[in-house]
Design a protein around this ligand. Structure first.
Ligand code: FES
Length: 176
C-alpha cells in the first residue's frame, strides 16, 4: 500500500529527474554538436583577385581572406596568409601560378627581389627565381605552390586554396 508520504516522495523525485533531464539536453547537444556536424571544413578555394588585374610575368602579392572554423566556433573573415600570384604567358598549361608567401626556411614573409626578377626572404637571405626554385642553399626547398582555380566569368576570378606547410623540411608537408 502506497502511503501519501511515499507518493509525494516519488512524485518529487520524478519531477526533479525530469527537470534535470530537461536542463541536461541542451548541454549534451552542445558537447556533441561537433560530432554530429562531422569534421570542421578544410580550407577551400578563396577569391583573391581577377585575372585581368594580373600583368603577365609580374608577381603580385595578395592577402587570402578566410572565415576560420573550429569544432565550436566560426570566426569572422580575416586574412589567414598571403600568396604570390604570377600570371603565365598566353597558352601556358596553367594561367596563374600561386606560391605561399611563407618562406620554407623558417616561415618569414617572402618579398619580391630587387628588380622583380625573383623572390627574396629578408630574414636569412633565401632567394628564389620566378618559378619558386631556390637560388641559394639557405632554403630547404623551393617556394610552396598553392592550388589555383579560375571562375567561369568573362573576367575570371582567381581562386586560391591557401595552405601552410612545414618549414625547415626538404619535403612539402602540409600543416594541419
Ligand atoms: S625564414 Fe626565410 S630565409 Fe630564413
Amino acid at each position: 500500500m502506497i502511503t501519501r508520504r511515499d507518493f509525494y516522495c516519488w512524485g518529487t523525485n520524478l519531477l526533479g529527474g525530469l527537470i534535470t533531464l530537461g536542463l541536461a539536453v541542451p548541454g549534451v547537444g552542445y558537447l556533441l554538436d561537433p560530432l554530429l556536424r562531422g569534421r570542421p571544413r578544410a580550407g577551400g578555394y578563396r577569391p583573391v583577385t581577377r585575372l585581368g588585374e594580373l600583368p603577365e610575368g609580374v608577381p603580385r602579392v595578395f592577402a587570402v581572406i578566410e572565415a576560420r572554423e573550429d569544432a565550436w566556433v566560426t570566426y569572422p573573415q580575416e586574412p589567414v596568409g598571403s600568396a604570390w600570384l604570377v600570371r603565365q604567358p598566353e597558352g601556358a598549361a596553367v594561367p596563374v601560378v600561386a606560391y605561399t608567401a611563407e618562406c620554407p626556411h623558417l616561415g618569414c614573409a617572402v618579398s619580391l627581389a630587387e628588380g622583380g626578377r625573383g623572390f627574396l626572404c629578408p630574414c636569412h637571405q633565401s632567394r628564389f627565381d620566378l618559378q619558386g626554385r631556390p637560388l641559394n642553399a639557405v632554403p630547404p626547398r623551393g617556394m610552396d605552390r598553392l592550388d589555383v582555380q579560375l571562375s567561369d566569368d568573362s573576367d575570371p576570378v582567381v581562386l586560391v586554396r591557401f595552405q601552410r606547410f612545414r618549414t625547415a623540411s626538404q619535403e612539402k608537408i602540409p600543416r594541419v
